[in-house]
Write a protein that binds this ligand. Structure first.
Ligand SMILES: NC(=O)C1=CN([C@@H]2O[C@H](COP(=O)(O)OP(=O)(O)OC[C@H]3O[C@@H](n4cnc5c(N)ncnc54)[C@H](O)[C@@H]3O)[C@@H](O)[C@H]2O)[C@H](O)CC1
Ligand SMILES: [K+]
Length: 516
């Protein structure tokens, strides 16, 4: 499913109005009615309900006046408050404000302390609050009276319906500068906005409804929108399927180069992640001194010893063996626990630029590329990078906060510069491609914030590539499956969940996607 930025939504509006002749007030009418339809789906008899509509000065507020009219027509009691002056309301919003005025629905301008008292009373005695303060026109940060009103809404303990987007959430980034409305439901118009799926915005959205407000589909299709929301149906279309006559040779071969002294677990989880994603054969190549330990940990995975330095991580001599092994495999996953010694980093860089097969680069292999990202353009196939925000910060020279402040833009720019698929992990994981396409993941939970879950993801993506998925599909499907495995594992409790719980849940997650 596509997700439109605020600017893209405005352009869609403009074309619908100017080129197709759909009056903006018709779009506003459809927007407001779609919110009332959602309310009807929750409460049969709206007539007995009391609604408090908090309107801003823009068209988001305009939607609020349309909602007030339709609720009033159904016999509901409505109170409307405008944070601003009626004189500042214009265009389609003014048309609808005038209509409810003529209907005798009073809109109270919040301008003095008595008005604030009226807001508090109305909010207290309402059954449901309608947040029509800020939509895609929100800029900067929430402060002053807007902040005060959002505090009242959030403290009321009432169901809140956000119109188009919870006020205070950045439509494009999900950023919340100071505060935002905590919505129980959000009804968004035309297309969803990325900010409804990116944290922290996703935490404020509640149950999301995407409403068709009558924009011609050709207008939306005609836009070069490059934000996508990863949904089950898209993953189901690409998830590997196995014939009854399958044998292990048909499900692909994965070579994992990982591990170093003290970091054998990362290697084991990446290797097992590939198996759990359905790869037929997995070989784990690691420093020779770890081979017995890894062989003890991993029954189904073959292990190969690599030359190592005193510190217990691979050295330059290991590269020849890795390249020889990779020739007999469909994909190479390199990095989990591989170590940061300079000799090891040099071996990693040489491996990445020499291997002929598709490659998944994670963890310390990413750190080896810090300051050397140009090497990525030498990869034989489109590499998949799976950095967490800290690794992304090291690779880009940005701070982790900057990476998290606009994951889509940072990931998109890196993917284009590095000629790579860039998976920026975290809430929410974002997958970016060199052509600018970005996919936002919708599965996963905070229980996954535990060591090793990234190693599992590396294995899952490699395992999917081994089964014939393109690196594109493996990255998109892999993050979805990984997060869903985390959701399955979280059923036994989020806090205390560990990465190996995810491993066990991967087959169930894949089965769930492919079978419903
Ligand atoms: N196709 C569609 O998506 C349709 C969307 N509709 C609704 O229109 C809004 C967008 O309306 P717009 O007038 O552009 O902006 P907003 O109403 O969201 O807000 C602008 C309003 O708010 C003030 N403002 C901006 N930032 C702040 C801030 N930080 N603090 C306080 N006030 C702020 C600004 O000055 C303006 O006055 C969209 O979301 C939909 O709800 C159409 O109704 C139908 C088609
Ligand atoms: K809103």
């Amino acid at each position: 499913m596509r997700a439109a930025t605020a600017a893209e939504m405005r352009e869609i509006d403009r074309i619908a109005i100017n080129d197709y002749g759909i009056p903006g007030v018709v779009l506003m009418e459809n927007a407001g009615v779609s919110v009332v339809r959602m309310l009807e789906s929750k409460w049969e008899l709206l007539a007995e309900r009391k609604f408090c509509i908090l309107a801003g000065k823009g068209n988001n507020g305009g939607d609020g006046y349309v909602i007030a009219r339709h609720l009033s027509n159904q016999g509901a009691k409505v109170k409307v408050f405008l944070l601003g002056e009626k004189a500042a309301v214009s265009g389609d919003a003014q048309i609808n404000l005038d209509i409810i005025d003529k209907m005798g629905i009073d809109t109270i301008e919040i301008s003095n302390e008595r008005d604030w008292d009226k807001v508090r009373v109305a909010v207290t005695f309402s059954d449901c609050l309608i947040d029509a303060l800020l939509g895609t026109g929100f800029r900067g940060e929430v402060s002053g009276d807007m902040a005060r009103l959002i505090d009242i809404i959030n403290a009321a303990g009432k169901p809140v319906v956000a119109v188009d987007i919870p006020s205070g959430v950045g439509a494009d980034t999900g950023r919340v500068c100071s505060k935002a409305v905590q919505a129980s439901y959000t009804v968004t118009f035309g297309l969803p906005k990325p900010g409804l799926f990116l944290y922290p915005g996703a935490e404020y959205t509640g149950e999301l409804t995407v409403a068709d407000i009558g924009i011609p589909t050709a207008v939306i299709a005609g836009q070069d929108i490059k934000q996508n929301i990863i949904m089950a149906d898209a993953v189901r279309a690409v998830i590997p399927r196995r014939s009854p006559a399958a044998h292990k040779g048909m499900s692909g071969r994965v070579l994992v180069v990982a591990g170093s002294r003290g970091l054998s677990g990362a290697a084991a989880m990446a290797a097992e992640g590939a198996l759990r994603a359905g790869a037929g054969l997995v070989t784990l190549a690691a420093p020779g001194s770890l081979q017995d330990v890894l062989a003890m940990k991993l029954t189904e995975v073959m292990t190969k010893p690599l030359a190592e330095i005193e510190a217990g991580s691979i050295n330059r001599e290991a590269v020849a063996d890795i390249i020889r092994l990779s020739a007999g495999n469909d994909v190479l996953a390199i990095g989990p626990g591989v170590g940061r010694e300079e000799e090891t980093a040099a071996a990693v860089r040489e491996t990445i630029t020499t291997a002929e097969c598709p490659i998944v680069i994670d963890a310390d292999a990413l750190n080896a590329l810090a300051g050397n990202t140009k090497l990525l353009n030498e990869c034989a196939a489109l590499p998949v990078l799976t950095p967490h925000p800290g690794e992304m910060a090291r690779l880009t020279g940005l701070s982790t906060e900057s990476v998290n402040a606009d994951r889509i833009a940072i990931a998109r720019q890196a993917a284009a510069e590095w000629g790579s698929i860039v998976v920026v992990k975290g809430a929410s994981t974002v997958v970016a491609f060199p052509d600018g396409e970005v996919y936002i993941n919708t599965t996963g939970n905070a229980g996954m914030a535990t060591g090793g879950t990234g190693d599992v993801l590396t294995g899952i993506i490699a395992g999917l590539i081994a089964q014939g998925l393109s690196s594109h599909d493996a990255a998109v499907a892999g993050v979805y499956i990984h997060g869903l495995a985390g959701d399955v594992a979280a059923q036994a409790g989020r806090i205390g969940m560990v990465a190996t719980d995810l491993l066990k849940a991967v087959p169930a997650a894949m089965y769930g996607i492919s079978s419903y």
